[in-house]
Design a protein around this ligand. Structure first.
Ligand SMILES: NC(=O)c1ccc[n+]([C@@H]2O[C@H](COP(=O)([O-])OP(=O)(O)OC[C@H]3O[C@@H](n4cnc5c(N)ncnc54)[C@H](OP(=O)(O)O)[C@@H]3O)[C@@H](O)[C@H]2O)c1
Length: 327
C-alpha cells in the first residue's frame, strides 16, 4: 500500500484527499519508483478543477524524483536502485510510490538532488522546448527580445536563466515588485510588474517601439490580446497555459491586423512523446543545471499530506519558483 492524493470530484483544493492505495508490480515497459520528492505544477490545478478532464477518481501529480524499486519487462535504461526523475503522463505523482510507464523516467545525475529534480523536470523541460524549439520563423539570435509572463514562477525562473544563457533579452512580467526583483536576479533583462504597469507600453518602450519576436504566454485569458500587441510583425505568440482561464475563441483576422502574426498553443506532452525525445531534452536540462547556468529555486516545500495548502498557495499567486511535496 502507498499514500496518494486523489480527487473523487472536480472542484477546489478541498477535493484533495489523502488515501491508501495498492501499488502493484510493474508490467512490461513500466517501473515502480519510490518518491523522495514530488513536483507541484499548475496543470495539477487544471486537472483538479476539470478544466483538463480525466476519469475519476483521479490521482494527481505529473512530476517526481526518487529511487527505482522494480522494472518491468523490456525496460533497459533503468535498474532497481537507480536514482531517477520524470515529468509526464499519466497523473498520479503525489504519492509515496507508484507504478508508471518508464518512457518519461530518466536516470538522475548524482549531482542533482531529489528536491531539485522534482522541482525541475516538468518546468525545465517546458522551458527547454519553449526557448529552443518554439521559435519565430526567422529563429532567435543572441540579443533578441522575448516576453515571458509569470517570470517569477516555476517555469518562469528557469526560463529567465536559460534565456540569459542563450544570450536572449528576456522581458519578464510578474505580479509584484518582489517577484520582479526575483526575475531580474535570475537573469531577466527587464521586469514589468503587470499588476501596476501597462505591459504593452513598457515592452514598446524597452524595444524602441519595435516589439518582441516571441511572447511566451501561460496566463491565457487575462493577457492574450495584449500579448499580441507586444509582437513585432511576423512575431510568434506561443500560448502554453491558462493560469487566469482559457483564451476565448477569436477571429484569425486579428493576427493579420496586428502584423501577420503566428500563433501556436504548445504542450510539453507532444515533445516528450517518445523515450528518445524525453532523454534528449532531459540531457540538455541536466547539462544546463549541472553547469550552474540554471539554478532551481525551490520556493516552497510541503508535506505530501498538505497538498491542498500547496494548491491554495499556487492559485493565490503566493508561490515563487518551484514547489515540492515531500512524502
Ligand atoms: N503547455 C505546457 O507544456 C506547460 C508546461 C508547464 C507549465 N505550463 C503552464 O505554465 C504556467 C506556469 O506553470 P507553473 O507550474 O510554473 O506555475 P507558476 O508560474 O509557478 O504559477 C503560476 C503564476 O501565474 C501567475 N498568474 C497570473 N494570473 C494568475 C491567476 N489568475 N491565477 C493564478 N496565477 C496567475 C502568477 O504569477 P504572478 O503573480 O507573477 O502573475 C502565478 O504565480 C502555467 O500556466 C502552466 O499551466 C504549461
Amino acid at each position: 500500500m502507498t499514500r496518494a492524493i486523489q480527487i473523487s470530484a472536480f472542484g477546489g483544493p478541498e477535493q484533495l484527499q489523502l488515501v491508501d492505495v495498492a501499488v502493484g508490480e510493474p508490467g512490461p515497459g513500466e517501473i515502480r519508483i519510490r518518491h523522495h520528492a514530488c513536483g507541484l505544477n499548475f496543470i495539477d490545478v487544471y486537472q483538479r478543477t476539470g478544466l483538463y478532464p480525466n476519469p475519476l477518481p483521479l490521482a494527481l501529480g505529473m512530476e517526481g524524483a526518487g529511487v527505482v524499486e522494480a522494472v518491468g519487462e523490456g525496460v533497459t535504461h533503468l535498474r532497481p536502485g537507480d536514482r531517477a526523475a520524470y515529468a509526464g503522463n499519466p497523473p498520479g505523482g503525489y504519492c509515496d510510490a507508484r507504478v508508471m510507464p518508464a518512457r518519461n523516467v530518466c536516470k538522475l545525475p548524482d549531482g542533482i538532488s531529489f528536491d531539485t529534480a522534482a522541482g525541475m523536470m516538468l518546468k525545465g523541460l517546458t522551458a527547454q522546448y519553449l526557448l529552443k524549439k518554439t521559435l519565430p520563423v526567422e529563429g532567435l539570435q543572441p540579443g533578441d527580445y522575448v516576453l515571458f509572463h509569470a517570470a517569477a514562477g516555476g517555469v518562469g525562473l528557469i526560463a529567465c536563466q536559460w534565456a540569459r544563457a542563450l544570450g536572449l533579452r528576456l522581458i519578464g512580467t510578474a505580479g509584484s515588485a518582489a517577484k520582479c526583483a526575483l526575475a531580474l536576479e535570475h537573469g531577466a533583462a527587464h521586469a514589468i510588474d503587470y499588476a501596476k504597469e501597462d505591459f504593452v507600453a513598457r515592452v514598446k518602450d524597452i524595444t524602441g517601439g519595435r516589439g518582441v519576436k516571441v511572447v511566451y504566454d501561460s496566463i491565457g485569458k487575462d493577457t492574450f490580446e495584449r500579448s499580441l500587441d507586444c509582437l513585432r510583425p511576423f512575431g510568434l505568440m506561443a500560448s502554453f497555459g491558462n493560469a487566469s482561464g482559457p483564451v476565448p475563441p477569436f477571429a484569425p483576422g486579428v493576427l493579420a491586423a496586428k502584423g501577420s502574426l503566428y500563433l501556436t498553443r504548445q504542450t510539453l506532452f507532444a515533445h516528450i512523446a517518445t523515450r528518445e525525445a524525453t532523454q534528449a531534452m532531459a540531457d540538455e536540462l541536466f547539462a544546463v543545471v549541472g553547469s550552474g547556468k540554471v539554478k532551481i529555486r525551490i520556493g516552497q516545500r510541503y508535506a505530501l499530506a498538505d497538498a491542498a495548502q500547496a494548491h491554495r498557495d499556487l492559485e493565490a499567486r503566493r508561490t515563487t519558483g518551484s514547489s515540492v511535496l515531500l512524502p
